[in-house]
Write a protein that binds this ligand. Structure first.
Ligand code: 6PG
Length: 235
């Protein structure tokens, strides 16, 4: 089982993590646009990436070359405050000129099964994604992958009975997450420290199955408290 990625950075605060994450996203975008004239990014849900998204809203970028996807979505109405897409729209996407046709929320309001089937068509058409952002739950889940024993083949899966409400979700599957060109994992908060420690010591957590060893992992001092990170490499 993969241990923690070799490229880990422990930064003092969540604000420092967000600032470094913003710099990495911009660097990846500029490289992708230079090489391929498009930058396809998969956004993480939850609260952790919100500050990074707010920082991105203040950046001057060739937004016309950006294309936005999500790693997972909660089966809630499309404008519900609990949607991962709504968080990113409010924090960032509503404030920059990314063409609407290049912003692809997961249509989780259709229900998990139909939404997964619909999004799988888009994923297969647009892969490989240039950058994937991921968070991690206190139990070591990532995206909406709470177990490592689900369907190993489908690129996007319907999730039923998720332990983190709402129970109905849609998620990119492990292989889809691993197929992204670059992975950037953001973990902050003392409540994440036990799962991070378990991951570091070989626990077979969903995050461990989703994240490649060449990923960049940014952790704040609270989450990294119980781990013995050496000074990592540089991204
Ligand atoms: C979700 C997210 C989920 C999230 C982790 C961490 O729908 O909740 O996709 O995977 O990234 O649970 O959540 P926080 O960033 O809020 O701690």
């Amino acid at each position: 089982m993969l241990m923690l990625p070799a490229n880990c950075k422990v930064l003092e605060s969540p604000e420092d993590v967000a600032g470094q994450a913003c710099r990495i996203v911009i660097a990846e975008a500029e490289a992708a646009i230079h090489e391929r004239r498009m930058f396809r990014i998969v956004l993480a849900g939850g609260r952790t990436p919100q500050r990074t998204y707010q920082m991105l809203a203040g950046m001057v970028q060739d937004w016309s070359a950006w294309e936005i996807f999500w790693s997972d979505e909660r089966c809630l109405p499309s404008d519900h405050a609990g949607r991962n897409s709504r968080m990113a729209q409010d924090a960032w996407l509503s404030q920059v000129a990314i063409p609407a046709g290049q912003i692809h929320p997961i249509p989780a309001e259709l229900g998990a099964t139909l939404a997964a089937a619909e999004y799988a068509k888009l994923v297969l058409d647009r892969q490989p994604f240039d950058l994937l952002l991921l968070g991690m739950g206190e139990d070591g889940h990532t995206a909406s992958l709470f177990s490592t024993s689900g369907d190993p083949v489908a690129p996007v899966i319907a999730v039923h009975g998720a332990p983190k409400p709402p129970g109905e979700r849609v998620s990119l599957n492990f292989e889809t997450l691993r197929a992204c060109r670059k992975q950037l994992v953001l973990i902050t908060g003392a409540e994440k420290s036990p799962a991070l420690f378990a991951w570091q010591h070989g626990a077979s957590l969903p995050i461990a199955h989703a994240v490649r060893n060449d990923a960049c992992l940014l952790v704040d001092s609270e989450a990294g408290r119980s781990t013995n990170f050496a000074v990592p490499g540089h991204y």
